[in-house]
Write a new protein. Sequence first.
Length: 181
Amino acid sequence: MPLTWECLSRVTHVDQALFEQMRRAGCKRIFFGIESGDANVLKEMKKGITPDQARAAVEACVAAGIKAAGFFMVGYLGETTDSLIRSINFSSSLPLDYVSYTIAYPLPGTGFYDRVHERRQKGEWHKVRHNRLLFNTDFSENKLRAAILKGAIQHRLNKLHLRPAARVFELATNPLLRVLR
């Protein structure tokens, strides 16, 4: 029985030849930490990637016969309603087999934690076990949850090959996200 495996990767450390070798070695899925589909938010995160690099890596991965998965965050510092919509629409346009959206979580010891330390909401962070907003931002937790739901539905419609329905849903829900606080 052949060995199969999955892994995590940055979008900048891979190419078509590597994906093909990985597939031959039994790789079935690669999880990419894309985080955002907006160039300015990626810059704010200091990710060192662009949406174009993310798209190229995901498309090359899928072309090599490996399933691609993507992790995205919403509510990062500097995020605007427009960048949030761009990110959700970008993620649903990629040929991802699986997508995960989470509210940005500032882990202690990270640069992000240091940056939002002054904006922390009251409570015991170390006891939080849910996808919750833990710092004061321009968005409500409800708006971020609506964005996550929007992205998950758009992704599912695309995965079911219902692209026209996904596009109608996208166009209908973009204005709703704009009016949510």
